[in-house]
Structure formats: structure tokens, C-alpha cells
Ligand binder design. Structure first.
Ligand SMILES: Cc1cc2nc3c(=O)[nH]c(=O)nc-3n(C[C@H](O)[C@H](O)[C@H](O)COP(=O)(O)OP(=O)(O)OC[C@H]3O[C@@H](n4cnc5c(N)ncnc54)[C@H](O)[C@@H]3O)c2cc1C
Length: 392
């Protein structure tokens, strides 16, 4: 959506194909980060976004057995936006769709599922998509795969990402939220539990991390055992865990972390999760995908306008985004190994820990250091800014 808007503003005729009929999906988090808020300002969409109204999170803390600890202080981030905005992704995407509709070069086709690529002499020259039960063709000088971690475009182009082992999956469900409950994002880590609650007004979107492959064990233990586990880790949830009547109310999200060695081919480019699937750790995948889009637009607009998109053009985009991607994924992999893996076996019952890990203690001793995780999460390794042609 971001790339489509930027290309259209740069005078390039652009069609965005989205397989769903709307953006209303619970899947994925709701964080819009300071670097994206800066981008929205540059695109002239900041006021619209601020009117949603988002919930601001200035400090992120984690509740351990031994107490509650701050670990990221957004107010220490440079720039005008010193908070994360918690906004359902569909509201954010609707703003982008609305802005796109104002551009004469832009079209967004909903319920259009790309099923195949059109190729000529080994070069991708368009896509086949299904809409209203019929197959359609759309020809284009460039196809950009923004279709996520199970990308059909990537697969049809014969590109295979390298997968990195991930020790966890996520269970995703809703619990009612009552007046007076904590606001913003809440993290809870205790023996055998890793919980994240996202405040969505009258309910919490809850993610709980489980050991990869342990879902069947959990199901066999039964919903009552799962509800008891939740209430044990956050006792104030006890009065509402009954909202989960069975495992049908809970979705299993398969967490993947992968990366393409080469993000492009003749006539095709992958960005976002299609090029590098991100783990939910740090909640940075959306940010990274958006920054890929901005970097791609900057390079692509002049090339597409002069009809000169070559492999060299696409290589420049990958080069620009390679380092931030590798750095971010490496941090996620380290986090998987040292933080998450120790917490997530449903069968494991270890005694509560009475001390916080050394890194957390250091962050309490020197609060200024809380600006570092905040900057990693909020700004990322290489923030991108809107090119001149896209600014309003
Ligand atoms: C459990 C979980 C929680 C997460 N939480 C966060 C978080 O809080 N914050 C964060 O920043 N990141 C989070 N992430 C990571 C984040 O979701 C991704 O990194 C990010 O969504 C990638 O954006 P994208 O645009 O590349 O792909 P996606 O967001 O996956 O978007 C792909 C789009 O393409 C459409 N599509 C797919 N196939 C087709 C097709 N064949 N034809 C047409 N359209 C198609 C899809 O409907 C979708 O709209 C989380 C990931 C997981 C697994």
C-alpha cells in the first residue's frame, strides 16, 4: 500500500492487488512506529492518522515474577514522535487506501488474488489474478511481490528463501478489556509463559508464545488448563478467561523467519515479508516492510518513468535494505535463543525467579540505556524518508 501510493505520487501508473475484500484482520500487531509516524507527516497524512485516535505508548515494560521493569523509553528517541501508536492495522491501511484514491495514476483492486505470473522469454511481464471467480491478466513493466511471507509471486518466480529455525509459535485471541485495566502494550514473562496484550479499547488482542510444535500438547491438556495458565500468569485476567470457550476461539500463528539471498529477477522484485519474513519479536516487521517500500519507490520512480528498470535498478534497492534487514533479523534470532526459548514449554513448571536478568537490571540502573531498545524498535536500523515527489 505504501509503495503503491508513493509510485502513484511519483507519476507512475500503479495497480495494487489485494486478495481480501477489506483490511479487517486480527492477524498481526497494531504498532505504528515513530519512523512511520514521521513518514506519514512527510506524506501529509499525519493529521488524519492522529485523528483515529491512536493510543500512545511512551514506555514499554515487562512484568517478570520479581516485579515490573521498564526496558524501552520512547521519550528518548530523537524527532517529534516519541511514542509508538497502537492502531489496528486496518485503520492505518484505510488511510493509505484513501490517499491513493486521490491519485489519478493509482488503482486498488480488492478481492483480487494473484495466482500466477505472466512470463515472456524468462522475464516476468505481469500477473494472473482471480476475481469474481474469473481469471484476469494484468501486464506491467514490473511486478512487486508485497504478498507476505507465503508469497505466491515469489514462489511462482522460482525464488526460495533461506529459513532460519524459530523455536516458537504464537497463539492469538481476544479477551474482554474492562475500564481501569492497564493501557497500551503489556508484556508478561514468567516461568512457562510469554504473553503480550494489545489494548484495542473494549478488548485485548492477546498473543502468547508457545514452543514450536507444542500446540497439540496444549490442546490435549484442554481449554480449562489453558485458561488456568493464563490466570496464573496474570491474575487480573482471571475474571475473563472464561471468554475462551474452546480452542476454536484461539488461532495458531506459525512464526517464520526467512530471507531471500536475491530479492529480484527480470521484471520482479520482492519486498517486506516476501523478501524477509520477520518474527514478531520487537514488533518491527511492519516498520521494515514500509521502509523497504519507501526505498523501492525512491529508486523505481525515475527508472519506471523512463522505462529503464534493469536488474541493476532492483539490485540497488536490495543493497539499500540488506543491512537493516540482516541486523534486525539477527537481533530477533538472538532474542529467540536467549529470551524466548527458555520460557515456552507448556509442560514445564519451573519455580518463579526472584531476580531479573542482568540486562534488565542494567537498564534499571542506567535508565538512559532504555533509549537503545526504544530506538531499535521505534526507528530501526536505517530509517527511510519520503522522497520529494511524494511529499505533501
Ligand atoms: C504473530 C505475529 C505478530 C506480529 N506482530 C507484529 C507487530 O506487532 N508489529 C510489527 O511491526 N510486526 C509484527 N509482525 C510482523 C509483521 O506482521 C510482518 O513483518 C509485516 O506484516 C510484513 O508486511 P508485508 O506488507 O510485507 O506483508 P503482509 O502484512 O503479510 O501483507 C501481505 C498482503 O498481501 C495480501 N496477499 C497475500 N497473498 C496475496 C495474493 N496471492 N494476491 C493478492 N494479495 C495477496 C495479504 O492479504 C496481505 O494484505 C508479526 C508477525 C507475526 C507472525
Amino acid at each position: 500500500m505504501v509503495l503503491g501510493l508513493l509510485l502513484a505520487r511519483g507519476g507512475v501508473e500503479t495497480t495494487v492487488l489485494e486478495k481480501h475484500g477489506d483490511f479487517l484482520r486480527d492477524f498481526r500487531g497494531d504498532t505504528v512506529h515513530p519512523s512511520t509516524l514521521n513518514l506519514l507527516d512527510e506524506l501529509g497524512l499525519g493529521e488524519q492518522f492522529a485523528s483515529l485516535p491512536p493510543r500512545w505508548v511512551e514506555r514499554m515494560s515487562v512484568q517478570l515474577d520479581s516485579g515490573s521493569y521498564g526496558f524501552a523509553d520512547m521519550t528518548r528517541i530523537p524527532g517529534p514522535h516519541k511514542h509508538l501508536a497502537m492502531v489496528p492495522q486496518w485503520d492505518f491501511l484505510d488511510i493509505l487506501a484513501e490517499a491513493g484514491r486521490l491519485e489519478p495514476n493509482y488503482s486498488l483492486i480488492m478481492e483480487a488474488e494473484v495466482t500466477d505470473l505472466l512470463t515472456e522469454g524468462g522475464r516476468v511481464v505481469g500477473v494472473v489474478y482471480r476475481r469474481d471467480g474469473q481469471a484476469h491478466e494484468l501486464r506491467a513493466p514490473l511486478v512487486v511481490a508485497c504478498d507476505g511471507r507465503t508469497s505466491v509471486v515469489r514462489e511462482r518466480a522460482g525464488m526460495r528463501p533461506r529459513s532460519f529455525g524459530v523455536p516458537m509459535d504464537v497463539l492469538w485471541f481476544r479477551l474482554p478489556r474492562h475500564p481501569g485495566d492497564p493501557q497500551g502494550g503489556i508484556g508478561r514473562i514468567s516461568s512457562g509463559t510469554f504473553l503480550i496484550l494489545i489494548d484495542r479499547g473494549d478488548y485485548f488482542q492477546v498473543g502468547t508464545v508457545i514452543k514450536k510444535g507444542s500446540y497439540d500438547t496444549l490442546r490435549n491438556l484442554g481449554i480449562e488448563s489453558f485458561r488456568r495458565g493464563l490466570a496464573r500468569s496474570l491474575p487480573w485476567l482471571e475474571d475473563r478467561v472464561g471468554a475462551l470457550s474452546s480452542f476454536d476461539d484461539i488461532r495458531l500463528l506459525n512464526v517464520a523467519l526467512s530471507r531471500l539471498q536475491c530479492w529480484y529477477g527480470d521484471g520482479v522484485l520482492c519486498i517486506g515479508d516476501a523478501a524477509h519474513a520477520m518474527s514478531p519479536v520487537g514488533g518491527v516487521g511492519i516498520n521494515l516492510a514500509i521502509q523497504d517500500a519507501v526505498a523501492a519507490a525512491r529508486v523505481l520512480v525515475p527508472a519506471l518513468r523512463t522505462g529503464s528498470v534493469t536488474r541493476g535498478t532492483l539490485r540497488r534497492i536490495q543493497r539499500r535494505r540488506w543491512l537493516p534487514t540482516v541486523v534486525t533479523q539477527t537481533v530477533q534470532r538472538i532474542a529467540h535463543r536467549f529470551v524466548v526459548a527458555a520460557q515456552i514449554d507448556p509442560g514445564e513448571v519451573s519455580p518463579p525467579s526472584t531476580t531479573a536478568p542482568a540486562a534488565i537490571r542494567l537498564l534499571q540502573q542506567f535508565p538512559v540505556l532504555q533509549g537503545l531498545p526504544a530506538t531499535f524498535v521505534g526507528i530501526g536500523a536505517l530509517p527511510e524518508h519520503a522522497p520529494e515527489f511524494a511529499r505533501r
